[in-house]
Design a binder for this molecule. Sequence first.
Ligand code: FES
Length: 161
Amino acid sequence: MAERSPWAEDRARAIVDDHRAMPGALLPLLHALQEEFGCIDEPAVPLLADALNLSRAEVHGVVTFYQDFRRTRPGRHVVKVCRAEACQAVGAESLLDHVKRTLAVSEGETTPDGAFTLEAVYCLGNCALGPAVMIDDTLHGRVGPARFDALAKTHRAEDPA
Ligand code: FES
């Protein structure tokens, strides 16, 4: 389970200070902030704009352009289902339908109990072993409905009661 801190201005400023001198610092900074906080919180936008001498609109534009960046904090587990071509050819769309039905969420949504956030992605680099699913940082290959159900059950069982 990913540990994610709530937004903390001091921690965010320290992350910005660590990365701001990098060339093209905005994307690495956004990834670092999302890694720490689970999403790009609203106060991150003016903080990054000031630090990198960009307009808020520019930062906001990048955050909304890239699918990788979340605007809301995810559930305890993030489920990414690949729907790119190679996985589609071996049943990714029906797997995705199954995952949506099983979790009772659509893409981008979090289950009411906060356990899972579902994301559809385009290639997890596991094309020969589709359908590919990533749960938190672990990649799973050849995932069918029954295997997904077992993985979801295992992750729920790991959560604190
Ligand atoms: S197409 Fe699914 S992992 Fe590459």
